[in-house]
Design a protein around this ligand. Structure first.
Ligand SMILES: [Zn+2]
Length: 493
């Protein structure tokens, strides 16, 4: 049954029937008190294929004892131990076992493929590690330093998060990755409650909107993702009749808390222009390359207070997505609800931007002086003093292509790649069915339709029907000037 054959990972997902497992168990019992190694091995494999965690753990116990008893079977046992640990989510041991096997069988293609799968998992889990190990603590210590000076609640929260800790992956060529972390945090009665955590530095070209059908997240800058994820949290809470975060009035009202947005780097665009220019070798403005009436990325960095698109390499396909500074500025007027949540929630505003390396003059220009109008909920700048975030940008690092989304109170997480669920990306197409992220517009509308009836035929007509919100957005965009719109990403409801 086993010999030198190493089953592929897929076989782990094919459980035996209850009868088949009973046959193996009976064989083991019939050979008591000293069952043959092969019989033990067969039973362990049967258990490993089971979806029950207890069975999988039992399998690993049998395999561990076989490893000690039967030197002749060690190589196979190592492979199965690695499979078992993988299935249990114990990736560091899975890696250790398979690497030990690879020392004696470096060409073993099944073992190499298993190692690759393990490394992928470690990379994903490592991102969660960033959020927990770096983000939450940094968020907590930062706000507490400025506001409440009580750290125990944060550290408890941090410890209570039952997630694997870990470091981000170093690529096989030895290069390490950097990313930006953002988090929406509630300050509730002097308690610091992180709600969302998100990482990301990418943005997709405008042309993706022509086929994405609401299923792709175009702007994956961490700040934007953390806010989108907050909207997902709102919809989940709206569906939960026991939610302690929501008061049910004519519209839903989010709990009376202060909300802060933490970001591990200054937001791109106007708020970070001086930070960028002082960190460049030459302080001369780059050659003008204004495209029409809007400023692309970091071009013309001597111009301050202007709307910019997301930064990108000059040779990359254009994205008209606005910089995080501009988007956050506008949200001071419109609030942080998106089209779907604004339909059922009263407006919700951010109170603080928690970030380092943004000067007061830059902050005031970006968020206040260029945005003088009525009914604005101006952000307050809070620098933080202890920076426990380990994955800042550096010259020798590469940007991480993946984005991690994590909703702390719901313990929900998802990894995005190219704007869709990791693994669901199809070039030049909308994602495979079910491949949309939980924070795509499409997913948001599906959630909303479970909460109330929507009578509009398309997403765009639904958005336009909220004339009050549209008018508010337009007046804010007008005030900021040069607000170049992205192409429309419409879909049927
Ligand atoms: Zn940004």
């Amino acid at each position: 049954m086993f010999g030198s054959v190493y089953p592929a990972l897929e076989e782990l997902k094919q459980p035996l029937s209850e009868e088949q497992l009973t046959v193996l168990r009976n064989q083991l019992k019939s050979e008591e008190p000293k069952p043959s190694p092969q019989t033990q091995f067969n039973y362990a494999w049967g258990l490993l294929k089971s979806p029950t965690r207890k069975h999988q753990q039992e399998a690993v116990v049998i395999l561990t004892s076989l490893y000690k008893q039967e030197p002749s079977m060690r190589r196979e046992v190592l492979y199965y131990l690695s499979l078992g640990s993988f299935k249990l989510g114990d990736y560091s041991n899975a890696k250790r076992y398979i690497e030990t096997l690879l020392k004696s069988e470096p060409e073993n293609s099944q073992a190499l493929s298993l190692l690759e799968n393990i490394n992928d998992k470690i990379a994903q889990e490592g991102l969660i590690g960033i959020g927990v190990a770096g983000g939450v603590l940094a968020v907590g210590v930062g706000i507490i330093g400025a506001l409440v000076r009580r750290t125990t609640a944060v550290i408890k929260q941090f410890n209570d998060l039952n997630l694997k800790s870990g470091k981000p992956a170093t690529r096989s060529n030895g290069v390490t990755e950097w990313t930006v972390l953002a988090s929406v945090v509630a300050i509730d009665d002097n308690r610091i409650v992180p709600i969302t955590l998100a990482t990301g530095v990418k943005v997709l070209p405008d042309k993706v909107r022509s086929y994405s059908q609401g299923g792709v997240v175009h702007d994956m800058h961490a700040e934007v993702l953390a806010l989108r994820l907050f909207n997902y949290f709102l919809l989940e809470e709206a569906m939960n009749p026991q939610s302690s975060w929501i008061e049910r009035r004519h519209k839903l009202k989010f709990k009376d808390v202060k909300l802060a947005l933490f970001v591990s780097e200054p937001p791109c665009g106007d708020a970070s222009m001086n930070y960028l220019s002082s960190s460049l070798e030459s302080n001369e403005a780059w050659a003008s390359s204004r495209t029409g009436s809007f400023v692309r990325g970091r071009n013309n960095f001597d111009q301050l207070g202007v709307v910019r698109t997301k930064p990108g390499r000059t040779d990359s396909l254009i994205s008209y997505s606005k910089s995080c500074s501009d988007k956050l500025c506008l949200k001071q007027l419109t609030g942080i609800c998106n089209a779907a949540t604004a339909h059922i929630f009263e407006p919700i505003y951010l109170d603080y931007l928690v970030v380092n390396k943004v000067g007061v003059a830059d902050f005031d220009r970006c968020f206040k002086s260029r945005f003088q109008t009525e009914h604005v909920h101006y952000l307050e700048l809070l620098p933080y003093d202890t920076d426990a975030y380990e994955f800042h940008k550096a010259d020798d690092k590469e940007p991480c292509p993946l984005s991690l989304l994590y909703v702390v109170p719901l313990n929900v997480h998802q990894v995005l790649n190219n704007g869709v669920k990791n693994g669901a990306f199809v070039k030049n197409r909308a994602p495979k069915p079910g491949g949309e992220s939980i924070i795509s517009n499409n997913s948001f509308m599906k959630m909303l339709c479970r909460l109330c009836q929507i009578d509009q035929p398309t997403y765009n007509s639904f958005k336009m029907a909220d004339t009050e919100r549209q008018a508010l957005k337009c007046s804010g965009q007008k005030l900021l000037r040069n607000w170049r719109h992205t192409s429309i990403d419409n879909f049927d409801l």
